[in-house]
Design a binder for this molecule. Structure first.
Ligand code: GLN
Length: 312
């Protein structure tokens, strides 16, 4: 049973919202042109417990593009479809300590360092079952819907914006093709990856997606299984070690929860067996993490002693 289950937690969340509402540090991502058009000061948060209680504050129902947060969930699908051994041949699980868009490949093999950098994420998308990009994308969307417990869609303007400007990711995909880590036409998984990143979620959706991981892969509200139980620790492990880009070490030190952020301004943190916590606030710090997202997660962890490595 979840530890967080009092009405006073709602009060706490409301206070947290008020405390950080005036924070204006950081800037919205602009390397995907369309992302620069979002409301920079939007601020929402939600926490969903493994027994299905939902707490939310602010713009918790404002849609935004999931971006890199998708990487964790798609990696789970790749593990399910190919098995961990075959996935490991193509994607390592070693933190790179480098930015999300780094070309962090093993020198001889071209194997991406982990599935949370773009290179590894594009490969993970290619490993999802489906005969073409459309079928793979359909499977990804259906799985994400199991996590979120409702139908989801893709923001066409954000997809189009990234597709037409994503030269770095395109270069990474072709490099991966050169190493034969990607097979066939590299534009196919790349296109599915761009669409996957443009899937729209809310903070509430993300918190429920996190709660599903916290609940051993079963959505705590719909009771639908989104990920086979044995794979849950694998997904949470790469989130714990690589989920916050080159801030991952500091994050696990301070906050102590597996997490994943995206340049759309979302961040989701998971306390296994307890809850999923999500924040939406598009102003990012220099490493690409949501400034208020970090502040909120740090506060919850500290104020409730939620560091997962805490003994008492
Ligand atoms: N779609 C983005 C990209 O590939 C996702 C990056 C992110 O959220 N960090 O560049």
């Amino acid at each position: 049973e979840a530890v967080v289950r009092t009405t006073s937690f709602q009060h706490y969340l409301d206070q947290l919202y008020a405390r950080f509402l005036d924070v204006r540090d950081g800037d919205v991502a602009n390397y995907i042109p369309e992302l620069a058009h979002v409301d920079a000061d939007a601020f929402g948060m939600a926490l969903v417990t493994v027994d299905g209680h939902v707490y939310q504050a602010g713009d918790s129902r404002t849609p935004f593009s999931i971006q890199s947060i998708s990487k964790a969930f798609t990696y789970g699908i790749a593990l399910e479809d190919q098995g961990p051994a075959r996935v490991a041949e193509k994607i390592d699980v070693e933190p790179s300590g480098e930015a999300f868009n780094s070309i962090s490949l093993e020198p001889k093999t071209g194997r991406p360092r982990n599935p949370m950098i773009n290179a590894g994420a594009i490969v993970a998308t290619s490993l999802v079952n489906g005969e073409d990009a459309a079928a793979r994308l359909e499977r990804i969307l259906a799985k994400f819907e199991h996590y979120a417990g409702r139908p989801l869609g893709i923001n066409p303007a954000i997809y189009e914006s990234e597709r037409s400007t994503g030269h770095r990711n395109r270069a990474i995909a072709h490099l991966l093709r050169n190493y034969e880590i990607l097979e066939g036409d590299p534009e196919e998984p790349l296109d599915a990856y761009f669409r996957q990143c443009a899937i729209e979620v809310t903070a509430r959706d993300l918190a429920l997606m996190g709660a599903t991981l916290a609940n051993d892969g079963v959505n705590p509200i719909t009771a639908v299984r989104a990920l086979p139980s044995p794979l849950v620790p694998n997904v949470l492990a790469v989130m714990a070690t690589c989920g916050m880009y080159d801030y991952s070490g500091n994050w696990i030190f301070q906050v102590g929860m597996p997490a994943k952020s995206g340049v759309g301004g979302g961040v989701v943190a998971v306390l296994p067996g307890q809850f999923g916590l999500a924040v939406y606030s598009p102003r990012l710090d220099a490493k690409g993490n949501s400034v208020r997202g970090i502040a909120v997660c740090e506060s919850v962890s500290r104020d409730f002693g939620m560091h997962m490595l805490r003994v008492t």
